[in-house]
Design a protein around this ligand. Structure first.
Ligand code: ARG
Length: 392
C-alpha cells in the first residue's frame, strides 16, 4: 500500500478524501495544522482527530504551529508591509507554505512518497501548496482529489459521507467557504458571489459591525523594537498573545473588514471578504513607525518592494530565491523601526494620532514655522535653481 500524507482540516472535503484515497488502496496519514483557526476560542482538535480516524486514516498528526507561523511567516510579512491589491493582508496565503513544510517533513519521517490536499482546481491555495512542496522536495508526488473526483456538488459529497459513515455535521448549512487563522479570516462563496450586493452582516465571524460599535473612541499604544511589535499600552506581550489581544480589541471596534474583488493567480476574479483586526492595527502602526524611521529614498523604494513581496506571497512563491532575497532587504530596513504609535480605534477606523521614536528623523527645528526655525531658507533658492534647471 502506498502511503500518502494528507493536509486535513476536519471538514467535509478532506474527510471524504481520506475515504476516497483509502478506497483506492492508499494508506492515509492525516496532518492537521493548528494556525490559530479558533482565533482564541479553541477548535476541538480531538474531534477532528476522531473524525479522521473514523474516515479511515491510519494515523493523525496534529501540530500547534501558531508560534512558528507568527515568527517565520506573519512577522516577515508585517515587516515588509505586504498587502495584496490594497486590501488583503494575506492570512490564508501565509499559512500555506508552512503547511507545505510540514507535509514534506512528515512525508520524510513516514517514508511516504506522496502528499495530498483538499484544494479545488480554481483557487490559489493548490498553487501555493504544490509549488512550495515542489521547492522543498521535487521528488514528492502530489494528489489533489477534489480537482478530478466524481462528485459534482456538495450534496453528492454529503451523500458519499453518509454512505461511508463519515461523521460530518451536515445539518449545519454552510453558506460560505471560510479559511481562518490567527492573522485573519477569508470568507467567500454564497451570496458574496453577487458583486452588486453588500455582504450581509452574518458573513462576519469576529468583527462587530462598525455601525453598532461603541460610540467612544478607544486609544491604544503599540510599541515596536526593530520592526517587531512588543508592547500594548506599555505592557510586554509575547507575539501570539499580542496578536490575540489585538484581535479582540479590534473586533470590538469593527476594525479590519475588507471586501475585495481580487485577481487570482489562475486568472479569475473572485470576491472575498476578509476580517483581520490585529493585522490591520499592526500594519497601520508599523507603517507609521517607518514614516519616522526611514529616510525618503529608503521609504519610497520599500513601497515597491512591499508590492512585489505581497505578490510573491499571494502567488505561492514563499520559498523562492527572490522572496528570500527581499527578506534580506526588508530586514535591513528595520534596525531603526523602534518606538511607539498611538492609535485611535473608532467605528471601524484605525488611525495613528501620535508617534515617537528614539530614531525619529523628524526634526522640529527644521520643520517648524515658529521662531526656533533652524532651516536656512536662503539655501532653497540655489537648490531650486539647480534641481529645476533641466526642466527650464
Ligand atoms: N482569496 C484568498 C487567497 O487566495 C483566500 C482563499 C481561501 N478562501 C476561502 N474562503 N476558503 O489567499
Amino acid at each position: 500500500m502506498k502511503k500518502v500524507i494528507l493536509a486535513y482540516s476536519g471538514g467535509l472535503d478532506t474527510s471524504c478524501i481520506v475515504r476516497w484515497l483509502k478506497d483506492r488502496d492508499y494508506e492515509v496519514i492525516c496532518f492537521v495544522a493548528d494556525l490559530g483557526q479558533g482565533l482564541g476560542k479553541g477548535e476541538d482538535f480531538q474531534a477532528i482527530e476522531e473524525r479522521a480516524l473514523v474516515a479511515g486514516a491510519s494515523k493523525v498528526y496534529i501540530k500547534d504551529l501558531q508560534d512558528e507561523f507568527i515568527e517565520d511567516f506573519v512577522l516577515p510579512a508585517l515587516k515588509a508591509n505586504a498587502v495584496y491589491e490594497g486590501k488583503y493582508l494575506l492570512a490564508t496565503a501565509l499559512g500555506r507554505p508552512l503547511i507545505a513544510k510540514y507535509l514534506v517533513q512528515i512525508a520524510h519521517k513516514e517514508k511516504a512518497t506522496i502528499v495530498a490536499h483538499g484544494c479545488t482546481g480554481k483557487g490559489n491555495d493548490q498553487v501555493r501548496l504544490e509549488v512550495s512542496v515542489g521547492i522543498l522536495d521535487p521528488k514528492l508526488e502530489i494528489i489533489a482529489p477534489v480537482r478530478n473526483w466524481e462528485f459534482k456538488s456538495r450534496e453528492e459529497e454529503i451523500e458519499y459521507a453518509i454512505k461511508n459513515n463519515i461523521p460530518i455535521d451536515v445539518t449545519k448549512k454552510k453558506p460560505y467557504s471560510v479559511d481562518r487563522n490567527i492573522w485573519g479570516i477569508s470568507i467567500e462563496a454564497g451570496v458574496l458571489e453577487n458583486l452588486e450586493q453588500e455582504p450581509p452582516d452574518d458573513v462576519y465571524l469576529i468583527t462587530k459591525s462598525p455601525s453598532n460599535v461603541s460610540g467612544y473612541p478607544k486609544y491604544i499604544e503599540i510599541s515596536f523594537e526593530e520592526g517587531v511589535p512588543k508592547k500594548i499600552d506599555g505592557k510586554n506581550y509575547k507575539l501570539k498573545s499580542l496578536i490575540s489581544h489585538l484581535n479582540e480589541i479590534g473586533a470590538l471596534h469593527g476594525i479590519g473588514r475588507a471586501d475585495l474583488v481580487e485577481n487570482r493567480l489562475v486568472g479569475i476574479k473572485s470576491r472575498e471578504i476578509y476580517e483581520a483586526p490585529a493585522a490591520t492595527i499592526l500594519l497601520t502602526a508599523h507603517k507609521e513607525m517607518e514614516s519616522l524611521a526611514l529616510d525618503r529614498e529608503l521609504a519610497h523604494f520599500k513601497e515597491i518592494i512591499s508590492l512585489k513581496y505581497a505578490e510573491l506571497v499571494y502567488y505561492g512563491l514563499w520559498y523562492s530565491s527572490l522572496k528570500m532575497a527581499l527578506d534580506g532587504f526588508v530586514e535591513a530596513t528595520q534596525s531603526r523601526v523602534t518606538g511607539t504609535i498611538r492609535l485611535k480605534l473608532f467605528k471601524g477606523s484605525c488611525i495613528p494620532v501620535a508617534r515617537s521614536s528614539p530614531y525619529s528623523l523628524y526634526k522640529k527645528e527644521l520643520s517648524t514655522y515658529g521662531k526656533e526655525d533652524k532651516f536656512d531658507q536662503k539655501l532653497a533658492e540655489g537648490f531650486i535653481k539647480v534641481w529645476g534647471m533641466p526642466y527650464r
